[in-house]
Write a protein that binds this ligand. Structure first.
Ligand code: 3H9
Length: 677
């Protein structure tokens, strides 16, 4: 028995309304495509029909091609054929848009002769975020309908635009009532039913705009670095703008689409799309678990971390009570939050009213007692277990029953903190990454006693505050920092063998990381964790710290820094390393860039395998999400575990053995079985 079609039609006088019902997002899977094709044919063939409307049930207009079909054999008509059939219709077709018309959905809309949208609708071509380009005519129809400038911006950034912006650009013909989309679309269809010729996007000409393309490239070059897809998107628009025929443009678009689709970058980016959504799910907690309402949040500590954490909630409209121990620190913390918001307002991100609204939700206080009515309290004080335990004891006494008590610790044991309270089930880790208002990762640390509804509540809270949450078990450094800690040893070993710090860093930044090991060390402070005895020199780090080379804050660390904090290799550091190496008797060794990369990253993958085997991470893709959103691992490489798959696990094992690192049993098993993470 064949499945019922997700497409149905309804007649409204002489207008045929074609309706898609393919939850959750009306993705354009095979059934939708063949249903649309058949419905258009039906409308064309029926003499009593004068116009057609395409709309979707549920929360959104088509949100794109069905990504789960990618890489599998194509079933039924391709989207390119379907949109061509829509455009070729002898009767006008109107797209009635609500929610998000994205990717293939936007291409369906572009192939319709007219588009109407509700004010809250958004239109976009986000394929670039999946390492792709619009493959159903979008790169050729959009510049014809809305101009080259907007087409470059929409395809190369992937960011959607509002219905109003679309109407201003000619991409939407009429903005209709928020609650009367279908009726307004039918009325519009009746109005234009007799108009000829039909406005077909593919038949329009493109006005060249080389300045807009050049300006876009100049402004966005850095952001697009390393990614293949943005340039491919721009190349398609450039071809359209060069006067090439529509058919030639489509042939080029297809060729570039196929190239991207079969490449590793798109596979990595599609992996991340699903990994991010999968990460939100906790395997042993049923969907639909009742959540605790979070109407008010307390944050303890108004330093960089506490301030950044508070900003996330204020932006989401959730009131925050922020606590400090001294008035000066409290004023400074609240002042920094205000300044950050005002700076964003200057850049046009917020209106002044919005800034005042958010600041109005902030209650600074010196008294922990003011946290009594908070639904969630997050401590962001310094990393000392005794101090944290004392604080949790106090919070347990102050906070109302059912309030969730969270720690922002980046490596300490949540279970120890929970144990001092009478409500260990309500205790959880919420590890934000610095700067906490910017970095998207939230590592949610599930203690041994954390109750399922507390975990579910915190996981669900991530989305409204703009975070991607990943669950970690309790282990030192959790998922991210535990893996990071594996990188320092091999890096220092290479220093000792005569590899310059700047070379090690360059290998990582060429790979796509935002900074290298020693740039990171200079940023954090070379003196962090230093014993403070300048006479005791047991490592290169000790030697640099003893010389006052504490990193960016003293304008010298592993690098020298100028007034603008631009780093340059340091002759003094070179000498320190040489001296230290000579004393230790360590012999110099040559490394290729590939070997440097393997030496740094394979031990991290190895640790990832242990984390997985111990059940500290639910799945390998969660580890990838941690590294992409918490540490800036290049998106187009899909995270460390995905990357290891692309390298080949047998090669990773061989590299680790050559380094003398004990191979994690899970990694070895998978490599021997020819499996992937
Ligand atoms: C394309 O169109 C190529 C064409 O140019 C060329 C073809 C030849 N397919 O995000 P949510 C699932 S490329 C399959 O949590 P929200 C998603 O996995 C495509 N599944 O909801 C999740 O499943 P689950 C271009 C999809 O309200 C569920 O739907 N389009 C797709 O926060 C809910 O998703 C895009 O890149 C899909 N296309 O956000 C748009 N989309 O519940 C991608 C979603 O099992 N989608 N799912 O975890 C989005 O940006 C967001 O999902 C959207 C809704 C804004 C639509």
């Amino acid at each position: 028995m064949t499945a019922p079609s997700p497409i149905r039609t309804e007649r409204h006088d002489d207008v045929l309304v074609i309706i898609s019902d393919n939850p959750p997002v009306n993705a354009l899977g095979a059934g939708v495509r063949s249903g649309l094709d058949a419905a258009i044919k039906q409308g064309v063939a029926d003499d009593s029909i004068t116009a057609m409307v395409i709309r979707c049930d549920g929360r959104t207009f088509f949100a794109g091609a069905d990504i789960t079909e990618f890489g599998k054999p194509m079933q039924g008509p391709g989207l390119g054929e379907v949109v061509d059939a829509i455009e070729a219709s002898s009767k006008p077709v109107v797209a009635a848009i609500h929610g998000t018309a994205l990717g293939g959905g936007c291409e369906v809309a572009l192939s319709c002769h007219y588009r109407v949208a509700v004010p809250s609708a958004k239109l976009g071509l986000p394929e670039v975020k999946l390492g792709l380009l619009p493959g159903a005519g979008g790169t050729q129809r959009l510049p014809r309908v809305a101009g080259v400038k907007l087409a470059v911006q929409m395809t190369a950034t992937g960011d959607p635009i509002s219905a109003k912006a679309a109407a201003d650009a000619g991409l939407v013909d009429r903005v209709v009532g928020e609650d009367s989309l279908e009726a307004d679309a039918i009325a519009f269809a009746k109005e234009i039913a007799g108009k000829r010729p039909l406005p077909r996007a593919s038949e329009q000409t493109v006005t060249p705009d080389p300045d807009a393309i050049a300006a876009f490239k100049a402004a966005n070059g850095r952001k697009m670095r390393g990614f293949d897809a943005p340039a491919a998107n721009i190349a398609c628009i450039e071809l359209a703008a060069s006067g090439a025929s529509y058919a030639d443009g489509i042939a080029f678009e297809r060729q570039e689409f196929m190239k991207l689709m079969s490449g590793t970058q798109s596979a990595a980016q599609r992996h991340l799309f699903f990994a991010e959504r999968q990460a939100a799910k906790v395997d042993d907690i049923p969907a639909g678990t009742a959540l605790r309402p979070i109407r008010k949040v307390g944050v303890i500590g108004a330093g960089t971390m506490g301030g950044g954490i508070s900003m996330n909630f204020l932006q989401a409209g959730i009131p925050v009570t922020i606590v400090e121990t001294a008035q000066e620190a409290l004023d400074q913390g609240a002042g920094t939050i205000r300044r950050n918001y005002e700076n964003s307002a200057k850049k046009g991100r917020y209106t002044t009213e919005k800034v005042e609204g958010m600041m109005g939700l902030l209650t600074p206080t010196l008294s922990l007692d003011d946290l009594a009515d908070c639904d969630l309290v997050i401590e962001a004080i310094y990393e000392n277990m005794d101090v944290k335990k004392e604080l949790f004891g106090k919070l347990d006494a102050i906070c109302k029953p059912g309030a969730i008590l969270a720690s922002n610790t980046s490596y300490l044991n949540i279970d120890e903190m929970a144990a001092v309270t009478k409500r260990p089930g309500d205790v959880i880790g919420m590890h934000f990454f610095s700067p906490a208002n910017v970095m998207k990762l939230l590592e949610v640390v599930r203690g041994a006693a954390t109750s399922p509804d507390v975990l579910a509540t915190v996981m669900a809270l991530a989305k409204p505050i703009g975070k991607v949450a990943v669950v970690s078990g309790v282990c030192p450094g959790f998922i991210g920092n535990r893996m990071l800690s594996q990188r320092g040893g091999p890096a220092n070993q290479m220093l000792m063998q005569g590899v310059a710090p700047e070379r090690i860093d360059k290998v990582l930044t060429d790979f796509g990381m935002p900074m290298g090991v020693y740039q990171m060390s200079d940023l954090a402070g070379v003196d962090i964790g230093w014993h403070r005895d300048p006479m005791r020199i047991e490592s290169i780090r000790d030697a640099l710290a003893a010389k006052g080379r504490w990193g960016q804050k003293t304008k010298k660390g592993f690098y020298d820094y100028d007034e603008n904090r631009t780093p340059s290799p340091s002759p003094e550091v070179k000498q320190v390393i040489e001296e230290f190496r000579a004393k230790s008797g360590q012999e110099a060794k040559d490394y290729s860039d590939e070997e440097i990369l393997g030496a740094l990253l394979y031990p991290m993958v190895n640790e990832g395998a242990k984390i997985l085997d111990e059940g500290m991470a639910q799945r390998a893709s969660d580890i990838d999400v941690v590294w992409i959103y918490g540490y800036g691992w290049p998106v187009y490489r899909g995270g460390p575990m995905f990357w290891a798959n692309t390298v080949g696990l047998d090669k990773v094992v061989a590299g680790l053995e050559a380094q003398g690192v004990a191979v994690a049993p899970l990694l070895r098993r998978k490599a021997e079985a020819g499996e992937k993470f």
